[in-house]
Design a protein around this ligand. Structure first.
Ligand code: DGP
Length: 210
């Protein structure tokens, strides 16, 4: 049986690594080459759950840490029907953050294990490729002041980076590490090559699950 589905491509990394810029450029490049591609981002702040998350990040509300972890996961789950539909239509989805951010950010808080944090996302569509934009958190901080949102401190981001490093040891996920300290164009070129390879490899394979 042959599949010709779209690929699920995720960009991850600490804040200020350039994920959003690179996602937009990748979608644009794919579209220019005649491929159907769309961007998605998590958290998706447009839904009701997303609005709760957005208020939490803006420190307008306080939520218990386990609760907010489950809300971030629910925000991904509520998009699963749409993700599957788009992939079935042959659309390549380029996603700005996914379950790995979920695990890295919550497990950077005291008292959370990676294993506990992973559980709510078990069964989500598995990305065909996860590109990690590697940037030393000290260099990231030099790219401009962190904003005022929750989590935007150098100390927290350093712990998040360590959690990502632990997550990247999981060989069941197709991780690729990209040096994000270079120019936007150099990073973009690397991403395009990795993406091309992955699209060709995944279109005949069924979608996996986390
Ligand atoms: P962004 O909109 O990409 O700036 O992300 C918002 C912030 O939320 C950012 O600091 C990373 C964090 N974040 C993203 N996904 C999750 C998640 O699933 N769980 C937790 N705890 N934090 C997350």
């Amino acid at each position: 049986m042959s599949y010709r589905r779209g690929a699920l491509i995720v960009l991850e990394g600490v804040d200020k690594a350039g994920k959003t810029t690179q996602c937009k450029q990748l979608v644009h490049a794919l579209q220019q080459s005649g491929r159907p591609a769309e961007m998605m981002r998590f958290p998706d702040r447009t839904t009701q759950i997303g609005q709760l998350i957005s208020c939490y990040l803006e420190k307008k509300n306080n939520l218990e840490d386990h609760t907010v972890h489950l809300l971030f996961s629910a925000n991904r789950w509520e998009m699963v029907p749409l993700i599957k539909k788009k992939l079935d239509q042959g659309i390549i989805l380029v996603v700005d953050r996914y379950a790995f951010s979920g695990v890295a950010f919550t497990s950077a808080k005291p008292g959370f294990t990676l294993e506990w944090c992973k559980q709510p996302d078990v069964g989500l569509p598995k990305p065909d490729l996860v590109m990690f934009l590697q940037l030393n958190p000290n260099v990231a901080a030099e790219r401009g002041e962190f904003g005022t949102e929750r989590y935007e401190t150098s100390v927290f981001q350093r712990t998040v980076q360590q959690r990502f490093e632990q997550l990247m040891k999981d060989t069941s996920v197709n991780w690729k590490v990209i040096d994000a300290a270079r120019s936007i164009e150099e990073v973009h070129n690397d991403i395009k090559v990795l993406c091309e390879n992955s699209i060709n490899a995944s279109e005949n394979l069924p979608l996996g699950e986390l």
